[in-house]
Design a protein around this ligand. Sequence first.
Ligand code: ATP
Ligand code: MN
Ligand code: MN
Length: 657
Amino acid sequence: MAMEIVEPNTCIRGCCTSKSIPLHLSPSSFTLLSPIAKGSESVVYEAILNGRRVAAKKPILSTSDDLDKFHKHLQLLCNLDHLGVAKLVAAHAKPPNYLFFFELYEAGNLAEKLHVEEWSPSVDQVLTITLRLAKALQYLHKNGIVHRDVKPANVLLDEKLSPYLADFGLAEYKKDLREVNLHNWRSSGKPTGGFHKKNMVGTLIYMAPEILRKEMFTEKSDIYSFGILINELLTGVVPYTDLRAEAQAHTVLEMNYTEQQLTAAIVSSGLRPALAETGLNIPKSLLDLIQSCWGADPSKRPSSDDVVLELESLWQLEREKQPSHFLETTSISRSDKDEVAIKNTRDYGDNINWSSQGECLSKKSSLSTAPDLKSWSRSTDDSSRYVPIVSCGSFATCGKRESMEDTHFLMPHMCNEENIHLFAIFDGHRGAAAAEFSAKALPGLIQSLSSTSAQEALSQAFVRTDLAFRKEIHSHRQSNRVSQKDWHPGCTAIASLLVDNKIFVANVGDSRAIICRAGSSFALSKAHLATCIKERNRVIGEGGRIEWLVDTWRVAPAGLQVTRSIGDDDLKPAVTAEPEISETILSPDDEFLVMASDGLWDAMNDEEVIGIIRDTVKEPSMCSKRLATEAAARGSGDNITVIVVFLRPVSTAERIY
Ligand SMILES: Nc1ncnc2c1ncn2[C@@H]1O[C@H](COP(=O)(O)OP(=O)(O)OP(=O)(O)O)[C@@H](O)[C@H]1O
Ligand SMILES: [Mn+2]
Ligand SMILES: [Mn+2]
C-alpha cells in the first residue's frame, strides 16, 4: 500500500523531511486501537493507518524540551532504512497529535519472548537473530549513529521471529555526543516500561562500565550492551539474576545488592552476567565474542564490523552442521497417555492458523460491546475489603512430547483495570487446534460479557468458545481445508478471574488451580475425569458412553480421559464445555495461586508444589520454571504449563537478587 505524499513533505517546523515517509496525515486516515505497551517515554498502540494495521508510538510530551526531542527523533528516523531496523511508515508531527507509525511486529519484543513466554532459541536461531542485529548496528555506526539503548526490550520480532532494532529515543549522532555526554545523560536514561519496570533495575544492566562511570559514550558502548544481549539469548536468564551460576548468584543473592552496589561491582570488580555454558552445543568462539564485547576497556572491544564478520562465520559453520542436528530431534519417541485409543491425529488442519481464527472472534466480540469490567467490582462494594497485590509469571514446556499442545495467557490488570486479572491454561488433545483457538478467543468473549456477573461471564465465554470452535472446524471440514473428516480436536480449559478480593475459577478438564493459604494448599478446582463417579454418571446421563479402554475409564469411542472440554465435536453434548466455577474470598493469609496443566500434577502433589515455591526466589516466572523443570525431571511425560501468581507484594531484594 503506497501512501500519498503531500508536498512539501516536512514537519511543522520544517526540520524533518523525507522522500518516502509521509509526514502529513489527515486525521481521518488513522485510528488508535488498544495500547500494546506503555514505555517510560511513550505509549505504543495498535493502530489502523489507511486500512492497514500498524503500531503507533505516542511520546509523552510535557515540556518544550520533549518537543525538541521529538523532532530530533523524527529527523533521525526519517534517515533510517535497513532490514534490521524497525520501519517507520509515517509520522504525524503537528499539534495536537505527535505520533510515529511503525510497521507492526506481531511477536512483540525479545525480552517478553524470552522471559514471559520463556522462549529458548536454538543456537542456530540465536546466530540468525544476532547476525541480523549486528548488521543493523553496523549500519547505524557507519552512518554516524549510536543507539544507546540496545537491550532485548528494544528488539521487536515479526511472526517469523526476525528481529528489528527499535526505540531510537536515546539515539544520537556521534558528532553531537560530546555535548550529550557533558549533559548528565542519566537524566534521560529512565528505567524501561512494562514488564521490565516490574522486574529489573531498568537499563542499568545493559550499560557499559564507562557509562556507569559517567564517561564518554561511544559506539563501543553499544557493543557492550550487544554482548550482554547475546548472552541473555543463549542463557534465557535476565542478567545478574542467574541462579544456576553458583558463585556469582551467591554474591548477588546473599549480599542483597542495591542498584548502586551492582553498579560498583560492574565497574570496579568486573562483575558480568553468568556466561552461557559451553555444554549446550554453543560454539566456544561465540562465548569468546561475548566476552570481548563486554570487556572493560572500550578500545579493546570489537567494532560492529568485527562482530558481523565473526557472527557470519559462526552462522556458516552452524548451517553446515544442520542435517545431523535434525536427525537427532526427530528420533525422540512419543508417548501419549491421553490418546492411546485415538488414531494419529496431528497435521490434518495444519494450514489453518487457529490462533488467528480465535483472535478474530475475540476482537469481534470485544468490539461489539464496550467492556465495563468495573461492574464486577461494583457488585462487591465493601470499600474496606482486602485487595491482593498481584504479580504473575508462567512457564511452558513441551517436555518429552514431540509437539506442544498446551497454550496459556496472562492478563494482569485486564483492560487497564487495576484490580482485575485473568489467567488461563488450555491443554490440547488430538492436536493443538482447540487450545490455540481458545487461548485467543476467551479473553475477548469474557470482556464482552461484562454486563453479567463474573461467574456468568466465565461460564458463557467457555460455552461460546466451544460453539465457535466447533462451528469453525465444521466449516473447514465442509470446505475441505481439513483433510481428515473424523478429526475432532479438543482441549481442557482453566481460567482464574480475580476481581478485587475475589477469585473465580472456571474449569473443564484436568488442569488444576490451588492457592497457598496460611502455608497449606487449598484447591480451587476439581478435575473432570472418567474415573470420577459423579462425572461418569453425568456423561452417561447425557447419552455418552464410558468404557474401560487400555488402562482406565474413558469416554468412548474416542477414548478421552477428560469428561468436559472445549471442542471434541464427536463427543458432544456429553463431554460438555460448561465449566464448574468456584468463588473464593481472598484474605491476607493467601500467599500465591498456582495453575497448571496435568503434566505438573501427574508428577507432584500440592504440598510438593508449595514446598518448591517456598525455596525458590520469589519471582513468579522463575517459580513456574522451577516447578515445570522439576516435574519433567521426575518423569512427567506430558506437556507442562505452569502459572504462578503472587497475591502479596514481594520485596525487590527477594525477587531479583
Ligand atoms: N512496531 C511495534 N510493533 C509491535 N510492538 C511494538 C512496536 N513498537 C513498540 N512496541 C512495543 O512497545 C514497547 C515499547 O516501545 P518503545 O521501546 O519504542 O517505547 P519507549 O517508551 O521508548 O520504551 P522504553 O521504556 O524502553 O524507553 C516495546 O518494547 C514493544 O513491546
Ligand atoms: Mn523501549
Ligand atoms: Mn525508549
